[in-house]
Design a binder for this molecule. Structure first.
Ligand code: ATP
Ligand code: MG
Length: 399
């Protein structure tokens, strides 16, 4: 089927009153940037709908890209016809006869936003339905569970027909909710946490702590690949890569084994807070989930939070591992996350990590460390990389 345009619907935005204009503009920018390489496409919006005019570009490929843009609730590949009864009938017939497998039942839905059109919605549906019954052999009407629904939208900007409504990613357009700094490890959870924040309109920056030579270049490459997966949902991401070896070595040398993980996390937060201040991020985000591992208890979260003032968002705090894994598969980060490269935490494998750490105890153990110097050195040595939407060589191919 040769489609003319993709019709984009965005539900939640319509509710937002004064902010609506900003939201629509942000969404329009996202759509344009995601479709930049499809040079023949033209994107425009009008009264709560957005359109991608295809001008010969592939509807399938473009729909797939659009389904990853937050803020879009659904989309339909459409054909555009003249605003008259005969053209609508012919278009509807063409659409339904191109479906495979051919549907045994159908119904017609009409929305007439352009009141200049002389027939009422119900009347259009009835006439088009009659035309299909007469011209498509064997097909029947089923108003409740039809195999095909022909949607007709009669609007001032054109009359659009479709038989398919594809789900969008929902959420809010990236760029409408400010910036968050994601603590991105190589695991399953933190990429999903980042995706969840983007879904609510957040622009992401990411920070990764690595401990060369305890962790390899490969594990860093994997994190870049994970960040790259996330760019598909919201554009380029600045990845801040923090050298963490000196801090981890000092912790191991000077602090009791059961507190090493807790103290390490406190250092991560202190450093992340400074990077957030530099970049204008108003919160940090992690992939922690309550009770998932010994270090993810409420006591632990309190002990970690107490060294910074910036809010730490934990979008997965109440999700089960199976729910998180499901999302990871859906957003295509899972396969990367389970590659077995070492993480910076693997330096510390305390036999009995403390499950109820106390801030006073952690503070006391940290007195042996030169916190300010360690933190500011790590921040100074942080390298920023821009991860773009451009394809990258697969991590497995590099080694
Ligand atoms: P993940 O799958 O995200 O690694 P996890 O279940 O392995 O999570 P932990 O290793 O306990 O959990 O880490 C908890 C959170 O701390 C992670 O979700 C991530 O946000 C952050 N984190 C852990 N290690 C790093 C790292 N090397 N760099 C940046 N952030 C990290
Ligand atoms: Mg981890």
């Amino acid at each position: 089927m040769e489609y003319d345009a993709i019709l984009i619907r965005y539900g939640e935005l319509a509710l937002k009153g004064r902010n609506r204009e900003v939201f629509e503009e942000t969404l329009l920018r996202s759509v344009k940037s995601v479709l930049k390489e499809f040079r023949r496409c033209r994107v425009w919006r009008n009264y709560g709908r957005m359109y991608v005019e295809l001008n010969g570009e592939s509807a399938g490929e473009i729909s797939e890209r659009l389904q990853r843009i937050f803020g879009i609730t659904s989309l339909s590949p459409t054909i555009k016809v003249e605003a008259n009864e005969e053209a609508i009938k012919q278009g509807a017939e063409k659409l339904i006869t191109s479906m495979s497998p051919p549907p045994a039942t159908f119904r017609v839905e009409t929305r007439r936003a352009d009141k200049r059109f002389p027939l009422q919605s119900m009347e259009v549906s009835r006439l088009v339905g009659g035309h299909i019954l007469k011209n498509v052999p064997g097909i029947k009407v089923d108003l409740h569970q039809p195999q095909a629904t022909i949607s007709i939208e009669i609007r001032t900007e054109g009359t659009f027909l479709s038989t398919e409504t594809l789900p969008g990613a929902g959420g809010l357009p990236v760029g409408t909710a400010g910036k968050v700094l994601l603590l991105l490890s190589g695991g399953i959870d933190s990429p999903v946490a980042g995706w969840s924040m983007m879904k609510r309109g957040v622009t992401l920056e990411a920070v990764h702590f690595y401990s060369y030579p305890f962790t390899s270049e490969r594990s860093l490459e994997k994190v870049r690949d994970l960040a790259h997966k996330l760019t598909k949902w919201g554009g380029s991401i600045n990845l801040h890569v923090v050298p963490f070896t000196e801090i981890q070595t000092s912790i191991r040398e000077h602090c009791p084994e059961d507190y090493t993980i807790t103290i390490m996390r406190r250092f991560m937060m202190r450093i992340a807070e400074r990077i957030a201040a530099k970049t204008g991020a108003l919160a940090l985000a992690t992939g922690e989930s309550l009770g998932q591992v010994a270090s993810q208890t409420l006591e632990s979260m309190n002990t970690i939070n107490s060294v910074v003032n910036i809010p730490i968002l934990r979008p997965l705090v109440a999700s089960d591992k199976t729910e998180i894994t499901e999302i990871a598969k859906r957003i295509d980060t899972f396969e990367l996350s389970i590659l077995p490269y070492e993480d910076c935490c693997t330096i510390f494998t305390p036999k009995n990590p403390v499950t109820r750490p106390r801030p006073e105890m952690a503070g006391r153990y940290e007195e042996k460390l030169d916190i300010e110097n360690l933190v500011s050195r790590a921040v100074e040595q942080t390298a920023v990389e821009v991860i773009t939407t451009q394809p990258r060589g697969a991590v497995a191919d590099l080694f």
